[in-house]
Design a protein around this ligand. Structure first.
Ligand SMILES: *[C@@H]1O[C@H](CO)[C@@H](O)[C@H](O)[C@H]1NC(C)=O
Ligand SMILES: *[C@@H]1O[C@H](CO)[C@@H](O)[C@H](O)[C@H]1NC(C)=O
Ligand SMILES: *[C@@H]1O[C@H](CO)[C@@H](O)[C@H](O)[C@H]1NC(C)=O
Ligand SMILES: *[C@@H]1O[C@H](CO)[C@@H](O)[C@H](O)[C@H]1NC(C)=O
Ligand SMILES: *[C@@H]1O[C@H](CO)[C@@H](O)[C@H](O)[C@H]1NC(C)=O
Ligand SMILES: *[C@@H]1O[C@H](CO)[C@@H](O)[C@H](O)[C@H]1NC(C)=O
Ligand SMILES: *[C@@H]1O[C@H](CO)[C@@H](O)[C@H](O)[C@H]1NC(C)=O
Ligand SMILES: *[C@@H]1O[C@H](CO)[C@@H](O)[C@H](O)[C@H]1NC(C)=O
Ligand SMILES: CC(=O)N[C@H]1CO[C@H](CO)[C@@H](O)[C@@H]1O
Length: 873
């Protein structure tokens, strides 16, 4: 307790009003904190620049190497986003993440926040508060919560109020993090253990130093610590702290005030999620252990014979020869036959995506290796000059591409070109890119505890060499793996993405395991390996929420589970849920029993078929929702709380339900042995998505929902929204054929008997759809027209895409939920001309559902016109 005592003394000494729980960190000896004194403050139009110096003798304890002079540059990025960058005044070359972020446009900015810094001669303090409620969004005080040493940098952002904190990935955890210490360092940790913040040793594949905090008044703010070194994030009741092992302090604050605002503000800095090709939004089948081509062909044939749609078939490392990238097992996956088969799949409108690992075997007979050596593209050993560092991955001893080296992209693009000319892959799966290593450090060298002769006074979580490339290894221009390690997957994905977007001029579909802020611009993400278990089914929801925060909207988890054996009930529930993941793939481990839709019995088979077709039925809703995240930022698969941010009940049981976009609420069955349960609803109007029955909750906003098996997942549509569904979803075999489907509009009325919705139409494939506005966005409105009639308005907002004839040709039906009177007549009003339509009506007065069948007419979904629905003769 000695350290604790010293800290408290300091707190009292400097008159701080902070209680202990603001600090949240009791491991730092007070003597190692470096009090900095302000030597200069300059306020200008873009922010404030503060210079500070260590004011007292610095500790040399634990071989710390304190930085004497700091430059604090606070800039207004937008009226709702600020940046605090703290650098070594005398060494501007300290490691910084090479990263393009938005820098703001000072002249136009009127900040909605206030920056207060201490005076010259006083201790360094920075306080940034929100104007509207004076709450701290950023507060550091160099006497109690701040330290800036060469390899041990610590700051605690202390609020003056309690918060619930989310984010700070990657890990398996509850959505709201328990107070504790969380490690951020890209690591391939088998079995993805659950992280409660207890010992900091459960960090996974990505580093995502972003959090969102919600206070007791339902106000949200966000923080992004742009730093790639191994770090701890310390979550406490009234603070979030970071302790990192290098780099600089570069912090972005986001004002909110709603969670969704924070996401948009953050994504505006790191970049918006990539637009994936439309087929990547379809159904995917994969496993590790499709041991030969015959078996793989059988899987696709089973989809066809069972009449279940399939868009993408995957192969894990089974197809490779000795696990060498871009090779084929000559016995089990003979290349010529394999290529012909993949070509024939493409004629059926299906796609093939293979795995590619980043470890390249150092085999002098392997041209991928020898060409890489010739161009000197591999990460270099710290021990032997001019020699790549060697780790061990699937092919045995392997070297790793150095994405910092400009020569590496050409070399890598050449490998991809040559692979494409061998076999037509449609997307790529980048695995093991933490980068993972089966051993600790370099083959033949035990990593020293003193890395590259630089001390490491603080180690977040485990030894940072565990299952990674030796962190003393070097990249192009001397960059240390120690600093850049967590960027590997992100950089690999970016360069691989450019093969599709720049070379092939098509949209890229890249699935990555490792990520860093900004990865969403180039890749999709799955949550990695875990057991087929009910708990992991539930944690998968949290994982996808988290990657939504991080700007990777196309996320998913291995449906039915990876390690271990699934069972029919678990797999059926997982199919129901997983077919609503933005990225929807059944994937399995080598030693596990099969888990394809036909692997058990009728329950799984029927549930799978219903669930996949349910996804296809709302394809236009999904593709539009995903498109909007690429256009504006934000998440599509998201916590219900984000749409109703003043109801903490929704945050307490965050995985019991989720929103798809702003119109569909889903209650997954995440428990064994359950056939229905009381389910919580937000305070709003909802209807059963399929039956149109109005949701009547009891006094505590619960309603019992049936969750039968076989069956489809419970979904509800929000009053006031219009969701398009596709008529051919029940007959097609893939999304390509679904593009000729007609559209049924599901109109769910709110209390004012109104509703709206939108569809984005595009070719689903072009890389420049957004930059060249090659899309058509249409708004649909349902409104009052006159005393006896309502109107359904089709209103194109942009018209950059010309639908080919036969693509989504017509609005065939309008179904209205909350419809009190039966329609009698319908007219089309276009160009001032009113034409009666000979439609067919059905009215269910008991449940308030009206159906209007327009199937005799072509009513294009993207031309301007109105449909007048008269409710009286
Ligand atoms: C900061 O610390 C160093 C090393 O202890 C010392 O030489 C220097 O004078 C200090 N600077 C100030 C402004 O106190
Ligand atoms: C502070 O940041 C702004 C915006 O990036 C930049 O223009 C300015 O040069 C920086 N000032 C210092 C002292 O680093
Ligand atoms: C929450 O809001 C209420 C009313 O606006 C205010 O009185 C209270 O101080 C706020 N609490 C916090 C923690 O901001
Ligand atoms: C192909 O793989 C399957 C399982 O993946 C196995 O049962 C079968 O024996 C294999 N066939 C051949 C010819 O190797
Ligand atoms: C580390 O220090 C040892 C002993 O001082 C020296 O022999 C070695 O060259 C140093 N290694 C590096 C990478 O600087
Ligand atoms: C959360 O779920 C549990 C179990 O289903 C239930 O007992 C509890 O009432 C729920 N809490 C809220 C706030 O909905
Ligand atoms: C409302 O408009 C429809 C279509 O123009 C028309 O048939 C109907 O008579 C109108 N009702 C009233 C009350 O004006
Ligand atoms: C779409 O609707 C039009 C108009 O009723 C009809 O002619 C066409 O066959 C429908 N297309 C499909 C694929 O059902
Ligand atoms: C969330 C979850 O189910 N995690 C499990 C992943 O697998 C490990 C075993 O390696 C389990 O201990 C975790 O509980």
């Amino acid at each position: 307790m000695a350290n604790l005592h010293a800290l408290i003394t300091l707190v009292v000494l400097f008159g701080s009003t902070f209680a202990w729980d603001f600090l949240g960190y009791d491991d730092i000896d007070a003597a190692t904190l470096n009090p900095y004194q302000i030597t200069s403050v300059v306020t200008n139009s873009y922010g404030v620049v503060v210079l500070a110096q260590n004011a007292t003798a610095l500790s040399t304890k634990n071989n710390e190497d304190p930085i004497e002079s700091l430059t604090v540059n606070i800039t207004y990025i937008t009226s709702q986003t600020f940046r605090v960058k703290i650098t070594d005044t005398n060494n501007p070359k300290r490691w910084q993440v090479p990263y393009a972020v938005q820098n703001g446009n000072a002249a136009a900015i009127i900040p909605l926040y206030k920056v207060v810094v201490g005076q010259v001669g006083s201790p360094l303090t920075i306080q940034i508060t929100r104007n509207s409620d004076s709450k701290n969004l950023f507060y550091i005080n160099s006497y109690t919560t701040f330290m800036y040493n060469d390899k041990d940098i610590f700051f605690t952002n202390s609020f003056n109020y309690a918060v619930k904190v989310m984010g700070l990935g990657e890990r398996v955890s509850t959505f709201v993090l328990s107070p504790g210490t969380y490690t951020l360092w890209a690591q391939d940790r088998g079995g993805s253990p659950v992280d409660y913040g207890a010992d900091g040793k459960e960090n996974l594949y990505s580093s995502q130093p972003f959090y969102i905090a919600i206070d007791n008044n339902y106000t949200a703010h966000g923080g992004f610590f742009l730093n790639s070194n191994a770090m701890s994030a310390i979550v406490a009741k009234k603070s979030v702290g970071f302790r990192t092992t290098g780099g600089i302090i570069d912090y972005f604050g986001f004002l909110g005030p709603e969670p969704e605002d924070v996401l948009l503000q953050y994504h505006n800095v790191i970049g918006y999620p990539t637009l994936v090709p439309y087929w990547a939004l379809g159904w995917h089948q994969s496993r590790w252990g499709y041991q030969n081509l015959t078996y793989l062909q059988g899987i696709v044939n089973n989809y066809i014979t069972n009449n279940i749609p399939l868009d993408v078939i995957w192969t894990d490392i089974d197809y490779m020869n000795k696990f060498y990238d871009f090779t084929f097992d000559p016995v089990n996956y003979p290349q010529v036959t394999f290529t012909k088969w993949v070509q024939s799949l493409q004629l059926l409108g299906k796609h093939w995506v293979p795995i590619v690992d980043c470890g390249i075997p150092n085999d002098n007979t392997y041209s991928v290796y020898t060409s890489g050596v010739a161009s000197n593209v591999f990460i270099q050993s710290a021990y032997v000059v001019n020699t790549p560092t060697v780790g061990q991955v699937w092919p045995g001893n392997s070297v790793y591409p150095d994405w910092f080296n400009p020569a590496t992209s050409n070399w890598w693009l050449n490998q991809l070109k040559s692979f494409q000319s061998t076999i037509p892959f449609s997307g790529l799966w980048l695995d093991m890119n933490e980068a993972s290593n089966f051993i600790t450090g370099e083959v033949g060298h035990t990593p020293p505890s003193i890395i590259n002769n630089l001390t490491m006074p603080y180690t977040p979580g485990d030894d940072i060499n565990t299952k990674t490339i030796d962190v003393a290894s070097t990249h192009y221009s001397g960059i240390l793996e120690y600093d850049a390690h967590s960027l590997f997957g992100s950089m690999e994905a970016a360069i691989t993405n450019s093969y599709f977007t720049n070379t092939l001029k098509t949209r890229a579909f890249i699935l990555t395991r490792s990520s860093f802020p900004g990865s969403g611009r180039v890749a999709s993400k799955w949550t990695g390996d875990n057991y087929s278990s009910w708990s992991y089914l539930q944690y998968s929801i949290t994982g996808i929420f988290d990657f939504g925060l991080y700007g990777i909207s196309h996320g998913g988890a291995d449906i039915c589970g990876f390690f271990g054996n699934t069972n029919e009930e678990l797999c059926s529930r997982w199919m129901q849920l997983g077919t609503l993941y933005p990225f929807s793939r059944n994937h399995n481990s080598y030693n596990s029993i099969p888990q394809e839709p036909w692997a058990f019995g009728e329950t799984l088979l029927q549930t799978s078929s219903l669930s996949i077709r349910n996804r296809y039925s709302i394809f236009l809703y999904i593709s539009t929702g995903m498109f909007l995240t690429s256009l504006n930022g934000g998440a599509f698969f998201r916590p219900t709380f984000f749409d109703y941010p003043s109801d903490f009940n929704l945050l307490n049981n965050a995985t019991a339900h989720f929103m798809l976009g702003d119109s569909i609420l889903v209650h997954p069955c995440i428990w064994p042995g359950v056939t229905g349960t009381d389910s919580y609803f937000p305070y709003d109007i909802y209807y059963d998505f399929f039956s149109g029955i109005f949701v009547q909750t009891n006094y505590d906003n619960n309603m019992y929902i049936d969750m039968p098996l076989p069956g489809v997942i419970p979904m509800h549509i929000r009053g006031g929204r219009i969701v398009p569904t596709l008529d051919s979803a029940n007959s097609v075999q893939n999304l390509q054929s679904l593009r000729s489907s007609n559209i049924t509009m599901v109109v769910a009325l709110n209390g004012n008997l109104q509703a709206f919705g939108t569809i984005v139409f595009d070719d689903g494939l072009s890389a420049n759809t957004i930059s060249s506005t090659l899309y058509t966005q249409v708004q649909y409105n349902y409104n009052y027209f006159n005393e006896t009639a309502d109107v359904f308005v089709v209103n194109p907002l942009t018209t950059g895409y010309t639908r080919p004839t036969g693509e989504f040709p017509s609005i065939s039906n309008i179904v209205i939920y909350g419809c009190a009177v039966g329609p009698q007549k319908i007219y089309k009003l276009a160009g001032g001309v009113l034409t009666p339509l000979n439609a067919y009506f059905l009215w269910d007065p008991y449940n308030g559902i009206c159906r209007i069948y327009l199937g005799l007419y072509i009513l294009p979904p993207d031309q301007p016109y109105q449909l007048i629905i008269n409710y009286f003769n």
